[in-house]
Ligand binder design. Structure first.
Ligand SMILES: [Zn+2]
Length: 167
């Protein structure tokens, strides 16, 4: 499955960038459409690009409690769009990071919208930043595992030595 950084890059090739919302849309008349109008996506933000490239399913839900949305708070009872992201991206919903441009500390997924909207970063630049975070937790975990394996090996070695001494 596609990484979040890759999805942002891929999605940004589909259409130009927009700010403050997932997608810029315009009404286009469709021949034979009795309602007369249809919404067509014409632009995407960094998140919208990622969702589009990965084909993330979304649906409109009614918020059961006050919640913090990606861009703004969602009041209980209000309609909100819920996007289901691939399992590989769920770290971005829980991991906090510092904005590379200001002092803001927030969950990574909200920082993506923040960099897109407030600092007007290109989606490619956002993708480069996300890529540094995608590598970091894995490398840290790997190093931790490697160190504990080393400790186990060391402990086993010293147990062997003790065993030899008393045999
Ligand atoms: Zn910032």
């Amino acid at each position: 499955m596609i990484k979040l950084s890759e999805a942002i890059r891929l999605g940004s090739m589909i259409r130009p960038q927009t700010y403050g919302r997932l997608y810029g849309a315009r009404d286009v008349p469709i021949v034979g459409d009795v309602l007369g109008l249809r919404q067509e996506r014409v632009a995407s933000c960094a998140l919208g690009a990622a969702y589009e490239a990965a084909g993330c399913p979304s649906k409109t839900i009614t918020a059961v409690a006050d919640a913090v949305g990606t861009r703004e708070p969602v009041k209980a009872g209000a309609a909100a769009i819920m996007v289901t992201v691939p399992p590989q991206w769920t770290w971005s919903l829980g991991a906090a990071a510092s904005c590379p441009m200001c002092d803001r500390r927030d969950v990574v997924i909200r920082l993506i919208a923040h960099l897109n909207d407030e600092h007007l970063w290109s989606r490619e630049r956002v993708a480069d930043w996300i890529e540094t975070l995608e590598g970091a937790p894995l490398a840290a975990t790997h190093q931790r595992n490697w160190r504990s394996l080393q400790r186990i090996a060391d402990a086993r070695r010293s147990l062997d030595e003790i065993g030899k001494k008393y045999r």
